[in-house]
Write a protein that binds this ligand. Structure first.
Ligand SMILES: Cc1ncc(COP(=O)(O)O)c(C=O)c1O
Length: 469
């Protein structure tokens, strides 16, 4: 039975008694949830009871509750009244790819890019693989490991990557990492240790990745992107020791690096002694064409390939794999060893068994179908309801870029994002991925269609069309 505010939160009650308007009430409640004073699941008094207590009109309180429900701070379920929403619980600040985690937590519909559908994580298959792997593990596998990770996982990955992405490697050249982010950290610090001070990046990408490179004391000049992918010619004269590319599916713009540009990137690396870092974050997900093989398959001596389980399974597993050119293996292993970072053996054993048994292939096939259907639905509904908006980039991965048209510019994106937020929708503007700000660039949204659970996806798309008009 929800209590009165005076007993629920006496100090908050004193504050609320001072509010006379809806906006003030909303703000005080929002703040109380944001700061954790009202924890997740806390039952709130009915709007009638609160209105009586505070001497406000009932509608004022009901409207404030309604707004906070739309923003995702509160939830209302028939029979159990209004409560603080589960996702409103304050969490640690985001450290990963999905930076606007506060928006993610507060919104009823999450269309931020970066995360797969966590509700479809194959729990029972994973559990089965974990049981089997644990039972079969040798005692020494629970001991201190080679900094590269468990040998049998690396052997399994070498086979898998050759089969699925054409990657040419042996287990000796694979370093298991906790994510692409860690692989990038190891690469940037290792290269810096070898004297490289410039690590070129694409002019659109993930801010965290740029931050990681810069934290290693290396500059990140940007390469422009056009319809053929990153403009490789711009590497000339930069003095770069490395370039970070997303050749399979540029993130976030969604183009793929053409054959000519691939050759140009490898020529640059051979000619300058530089390294190409290939971020193959969603190589398994192509919907309208067969996937191009990894760039690494053309030149394993100058390309460092990185794949991750963050899109194919879940970021929480913290599993990724760096395939290094022979000349860098020792230095990278030493960087990992001296960083003190270790990768948990249970996840590695389980992942090995998951791939060995074919469960990983089956999971990828199922996920590919799911995401393809979602993308098709998104495109179909936008075509029907928001004809001014066009979906750009190839049919691949877990995100789409929506060009908003109507003369809207980058500087308009925060306003659109706020409007979406008020409608309970978390979205991200393209400008947030730019290396350098350009308020005059055409406005676009980067929409992640992987994240909402299946039952919420159609609703999320309709809410998006409502906002885009
Ligand atoms: C462009 C890009 N690279 C890499 C990753 C994976 O990063 P991590 O393995 O650190 O989770 C993502 C995930 O969203 C991504 O979007």
């Amino acid at each position: 039975m929800p209590q009165t505010w005076a007993t629920l939160a006496p100090d908050l009650y004193l504050e609320l008694r001072g509010t006379r308007r809806r906006a003030g009430l909303e703000q005080a409640l929002r703040e109380a949830v944001r700061s954790g004073r009202l924890g997740a699941g806390t039952a709130l008094p009915s709007s009638r009871a609160l209105a009586q207590e505070l001497g406000l009109a009932r509608n004022t309180v009901a409207d404030a509750y309604g707004q906070l429900i739309a923003e995702g701070w509160l939830s209302a379920r028939q029979g159990s009244g209004t409560r603080v929403a589960d996702r409103a619980t304050p969490a640690e600040p985001a450290a990963g790819v999905s930076r606007p985690s506060s928006a993610r937590r507060r919104s009823a519909y999450d269309l931020l890019p970066g995360t797969p559908d966590l509700a479809s994580f194959p729990r029972s298959l994973w559990l089965g693989a974990a049981r089997k792997a644990l039972a079969a593990a040798r005692n020494e596998e629970f001991g201190y490991q080679d900094p590269r990770g468990l040998l049998r996982l690396r052997e399994r990955l070498a086979q898998y990557l050759a089969r699925v992405r054409g990657v040419r490697t042996t287990a000796e050249r694979i370093i298991v990492c906790s994510g692409f982010a860690q692989a990038l950290h190891l690469l940037a610090t290792t290269l810096n240790g070898q004297g490289a001070r410039v690590f070129a990046v694409e002019s659109y990408g993930i801010g965290l990745h740029r931050d990681i490179i810069r934290a290693a004391g290396v500059r990140t000049p940007p390469l422009a992107i056009d319809s053929s992918g990153a403009v490789i010619d711009q590497l000339r004269g930069l003095g770069a020791g490395a370039v970070l590319l997303t050749p399979g599916h540029q993130f976030p713009l969604g183009v793929s690096l053409t054959a000519q540009r691939r050759v140009a990137a490898l020529e640059w690396a051979r000619g300058s002694g530089g390294l190409v870092v290939e971020d193959d974050y969603d190589g398994e997900f192509r919907y309208d064409r067969p996937p191009l093989g990894a760039l690494q398959s053309l030149a394993p001596d100058v390309v460092a390939y990185v794949g991750t389980a963050s899109k194919s399974l879940a970021p929480g597993l913290s599993l990724a794999w760096l395939v290094a050119p022979s000349k860098l293996v020792d230095a990278l292993v030493e960087s990992k060893r001296s960083s003190g970072a270790r990768t948990g053996v249970l996840e590695q054993l389980t992942m090995e068994e998951f791939i060995r048994s074919g469960a990983y292939d089956r999971h990828i096939r199922r996920s590919r179908l799911l995401y393809r259907q979602r993308r098709d639905l998104l495109v179909a509904r936008l075509t029907e309801r928001s004809p001014g908006v066009s979906v750009t980039g190839m049919a691949a991965g877990l995100h789409a870029v929506l060009a908003l048209g109507s003369g809207l510019r980058g500087r308009d994106e925060p306003g659109i994002r706020t409007r979406a937020h008020r409608a309970g929708l978390a979205v991200q503007g393209l400008a947030e991925f730019r290396h350098d700000p350009d308020p005059e660039a055409p406005a676009a949204l980067v929409v992640g269609y992987g994240t909402p659970p299946d039952h919420a996806f159609a609703g999320a798309v309709e809410a998006l069309c409502d906002v885009l008009g």
